[in-house]
Design a protein. Structure first.
Length: 574
């Protein structure tokens, strides 16, 4: 036991020095950033996996397993980085880091279980215990490291009262902070391992199981409300899809906790068993809707790396949800079958994470191909992600812009080339959007539908709202509903009889399920003048815009006239 403690402390010290050498010393003296990337990934993965395995796994085997995993992760990251000219551009989106982290975190327990006993990677109980113990060890180690640093800073401040700066002087030495963190983490991990018989993962599993009825109730209420509320709130962007997938993932975690431990360790209470089984059967519903929400967005605007990532994540969660739903219907030993399914599904996640870093699943190249197809079909120039292709999509994006330049058959080719040149010359996306809005030749009058039908506005009045609101309004209108109607509307009425000017209320989709509202008062020959911005309104939802578009509203007289949508009243100014 004492040997394991000193071993983890020593490995922690070496890990701290290795991290300092790569991320501090090497970056100051090596210009080839791919070397730093490869060594950095290898160092992080190797020591993280090694310190997780030490104790349960013998040192020699642990080093071999951690080294193999680190080599694979580093090689895949280097391979994927070749999609970009510079490593910093490759890492900016964060998706490669998520992919390699997912790969390492899920694969490490499989390797540890394999090294602990022959065929251990197929032993569900051993694999599950290894995974949970790893998580808890690092939580404990991280908390202890934070406490050490807190104590050091407090001690430094305390000694500073009498003019002693010893601690501050030590911390200023380059390798010392890394060394302290490594030693503290190793010590924290070793203490948790020594007390593993007293701090069991079963405690946290039992606590998770208590949440099963709560999540089940939320999902059931959601499903029951769907026929009455419709799907319009799911189609505003990627955020609803993330929420849906997140709820499904929470259900997957809770069901996995319920079946933990084999026949003897799985949940025994009849009520909890029923709740887990029903939850297994229904978590596929939000997963299906998550896939649907992303698919609708892709159908409207084509592929982008963000949408591909969302679709892949939603499909993985759907794989879990569909498997759980089917297995929950198959006889008495559904929990045993689900445990075996979890092994296969975890392997699937590892495979998908690895594929993300190979040419077989290159999101930038796939996105460029999709956007080129849209352009060849005569898609609107404003809807093409030109800035992203220039700055975020690496070499594939650069090649895609060259192909767009050569697309002389596009009906707006001159405008397309001008926007490509502006995108390449503008480093910040916001500046590009602002310049594009200012250069837009399409008036908002051609985009924003007016209600009541037949009402007219002075030409150009809408184009005189602020640049920020024009940009937001165009984006909201582009978030079309499933029936093809734009995601915006302007209601024009004489809301205040005491003023002569035309007044209106603008509503548009914000992209997060909520509705942005803007009150307008239109002065002759002066364009639009904003009286007040009501802002994001929690009581309004996307479907309220559809109701206005379909004429399901009224201009209701109160102390002053208001726009009444159902039971809600909106004034054009405060």
């Amino acid at each position: 036991m004492l040997g394991t403690r000193w071993l983890l402390i020593a490995v922690g010290a070496v890990a701290g020095l290795a991290h300092w050498a790569v991320f501090d010393l090497l970056t100051d003296h090596v210009a080839y950033d791919r070397l730093v990337l490869g060594l950095g990934v290898a160092v992080v993965v190797f020591f993280a996996a090694l310190m997780m395995m030490l104790g349960p796994v013998r040192p020699g085997r642990a080093m071999a397993g951690a080294g193999a995993l680190a080599a694979v992760c580093a090689a895949l990251m280097l391979w994927a980085s070749l999609r970009f000219d510079h490593v910093s551009e490759f890492l900016d989106s964060g998706k490669p880091l998520v992919a390699v982290a997912t790969l390492a975190v899920i694969a490490a327990p499989f390797i540890a279980a394999l090294l602990r006993e022959r065929g251990g990677w197929r032993h569900y109980q051993l694999l599950f215990d290894t995974s949970w113990e790893s998580v808890l060890r690092y939580v404990a180690g991280g908390l202890f490291t934070g406490l050490v640093w807190g104590l050091l800073y407090l001690s430094d401040t305390f000694l500073g009262l009498v003019g002693i700066t010893l601690i501050d002087d030590l911390i200023d030495l380059d390798p010392v902070p890394w060394l302290i963190s490594g030693v503290a983490l190793g010590l924290g991990l070793s203490v948790f391992y020594a007390l593993r018989d007293y701090i069991s993962a079963d405690l946290f599993v039992q606590l998770l199981r208590l949440l099963t009825p709560l999540v089940l109730g939320v999902v059931v209420i959601f499903i029951l409300a769907l026929p009455f509320r419709g799907l319009s709130g799911l189609l505003g962007g990627l955020s609803p899809a993330v929420t849906l997938a997140g709820v499904s993932l929470a259900g997957v975690v809770l069901v996995s906790a319920a079946v933990h431990g084999g026949t003897a360790g799985e949940v025994q209470s009849p009520v909890m068993r029923l709740a887990a089984r029903v939850l297994s059967g229904v978590i596929a519903v939000p997963a299906v809707l998550a896939v649907y929400a992303v698919a609708v967005r892709i159908g409207q605007y084509g592929l982008t790396p963000d949408r591909i990532a969302a679709l892949v994540a939603a499909l993985v969660v759907l794989g879990y949800g569909a498997s759980y739903a089917v297995l929950s219907l198959l006889g008495r030993d559904w929990m045993g079958r689900l445990r075996q399914a979890n092994l296969a599904l975890a392997g699937l996640v590892v495979l998908v994470s690895a594929l993300w870093l190979t040419p077989l699943l290159n999101p930038e190249r796939m996105s460029v191909a999709s956007q080129l197809d849209r352009a060849r079909a005569g898609g609107a120039v404003e809807e093409l992600p030109l800035w992203e292709m220039a700055w975020d999509w690496g070499r594939a994006g650069t090649n895609g812009l060259a192909a767009l330049r050569a697309l002389e058959t596009h009906p707006e080719h001159a405008q397309l080339v001008a926007m490509i040149e502006r995108a390449e010359a503008t480093q910040f996306e916001y500046e590009f959007r602002q310049e594009s809005e200012e250069a837009s030749q399409v008036s908002l009058h051609e985009i924003v539908p007016l209600r009541p039908v037949g009402v007219l506005l002075p030409e150009g009045s809408l184009d005189r709202v602020s640049i920020y609101e024009r940009m937001s309004l165009r984006e909201g209108c582009a978030r079309k509903f499933s029936d093809g109607q734009p995601g915006c509307v302007l209601v024009v009425a004489d809301f205040d009889p005491n003023v002569e000017e035309v007044e209106g209320i603008l509503l548009w989709r914000s992209g997060h399920g909520s509705v942005q509202v803007l009150g307008l008062r239109i002065f002759p020959d002066e364009g639009s003048h904003r009286v007040s911005v009501i802002g994001n309104t929690a009581t309004l939802e996307d479907e309220d815009i559809q109701r206005v578009l379909n004429g399901e509203f009224e201009i209701a007289p109160v102390s002053r006239k208001a726009l009444r949508i159902g039971d809600q009243e909106i004034y054009p100014y405060n």
